[in-house]
Design a protein around this ligand. Structure first.
Ligand code: NAD
Length: 354
């Protein structure tokens, strides 16, 4: 059987998880890699058995390889649009990491090129591939929660700014709202039936900075770490949708809290549930209030499970065997939410979508 040849654009931290997934699929070959940092690309190639002749320091040269069928875009956010567009124009299918782009305008252009070229452009909404997400989706789709009117999302870190490009707005587009908020916002929106955004009131905080110089504990740092920081350290937002869903979001990289926390709760007329940190359902049963704890082999976020699921789905879509569950349209919708939060925070006013 002909192998699907993959090119990796950006050989940093997350590319290792793409590789983890690809390596579990028989008819996939890691074929080429590029990174602005050539040494990093070379080390990636050596680790993953890629011919040194197919290692590049830019995407343009790599994309000239006709044999490449599909690419993973694993670069800083500011290169997602450019690399994905070039790859589609070169005839490749694309899996682009989240967030889809730096902003809504770039994301729109990506969709335009996807439509023009007819290529696949899948967004890396990896949390959709968790078994607890699938279990919740089944329950919600069966109508068991009734009308979901409220979602409460929290993704907060006490001392968790990765630094480097993450905290450089020109490369990231923003701080914890775009980096962490994107995951939970997408999940809540996806699970509650992808309603249309109506209005957003957002606030961002710039009070703590990235708190360099903390002693006694360590944290995850970007590969090209620096203490430069011109993004928010936290934010909160209320989003309203056309199906009368209200979403409350909070995200932080630095905040004076006891410990890091990630939680996602959905509340409906017939029941409520918590997906994160564990899956539990809350209902009324006759005259009694009941808690249901479905048993799952994997609780919470397991990087192996979600990235394996994501890569498998991407390859199934490349082969035309499945319809993409993370299409560019979804990336665009989430990008609109993120952009609107930042716009509202900047202006101090609610953003109303028409
Ligand atoms: N899905 C998830 O859970 C998850 C987790 C972490 C990061 N991410 C996303 O993955 C992306 C990369 O994050 P990371 O943590 O791997 O960052 P990283 O800094 O470790 O790696 C990014 C790499 O991209 C390279 N790069 C930047 N611009 C490039 C360009 N134009 N052409 C080629 N290479 C380029 C950099 O040199 C770097 O080696 C980001 O968009 C981030 O939001 C997703």
């Amino acid at each position: 059987m002909k192998k699907i040849k993959i090119g990796i654009i950006g050989a940093g931290s997350i590319s290792a998880f793409h590789v983890l997934g690809y390596n579990k699929i028989d008819d996939v070959e890691l074929y080429a890699v590029c990174d602005l940092n050539l040494e990093r690309a070379k080390a990636f190639a050596e680790r993953n058995g890629i011919d040194p002749a197919r290692v590049f320091d830019n995407a343009d040269d790599m994309l000239k390889l006709d044999e490449i069928d599909a690419v993973s875009v694993c670069t800083w956010n500011n290169a997602h649009a450019d690399c994905s567009i070039k790859a589609m124009r070169a005839g490749k299918d694309v899996l682009c990491e989240k967030p889809l782009a730096l902003n809504y305008e770039q994301a729109l252009e990506m969709k335009r090129v996807k439509d023009e070229t007819g290529r696949l452009l899948m967004v890396g909404f990896v949390r959709r591939f968790a078994s607890n997400t699938a279990a919740v989706k089944e329950r919600v789709d069966a109508g068991e929660l009734g009308h979901i009117h409220y979602a409460k999302l929290s993704y907060v870190r006490r001392w968790g700014c990765p630094g480097g490009w993450f905290s450089d707005k020109s490369k990231s587009g923003g701080g914890p709202i775009i980096d962490l908020g994107v995951h939970v916002l997408d999940l809540a929106w996806y699970l509650s039936g992808k309603p249309k955004l109506k209005s957003v009131f957002g606030v961002t905080f710039n009070e703590l900075g990235n708190m360099p110089g903390i002693k006694g504990i360590s944290k995850y740092k970007a590969a090209d770490y620096s203490e430069f920081n011109d993004v928010e350290d936290g934010g909160t937002a209320m989003l309203k949708f056309d199906n009368d869903l209200t979403v409350l979001l909070e995200a932080s990289w630095t905040r004076h809290i006891k410990e890091d926390r990630s939680s996602l709760e959905l509340f409906g007329s017939e029941g409520g549930l918590m997906l994160d940190p564990i899956y539990e359902v809350f209902k009324r049963d006759g005259d009694y209030l009941t808690n249901i704890k479905p048993l799952l082999d994997i609780e919470g976020v397991d990087m192996d499970e979600i990235f394996t699921g994501e890569m498998q789905h991407f390859i199934d879509c490349v082969k035309g065997e499945k319809e993409c569950i993370c299409p560019v349209e979804d990336g665009l919708a989430v990008m609109q939410m993120l952009d609107s939060i930042y716009k509202s925070a900047k202006s101090g006013h609610e953003v109303v979508l028409r």
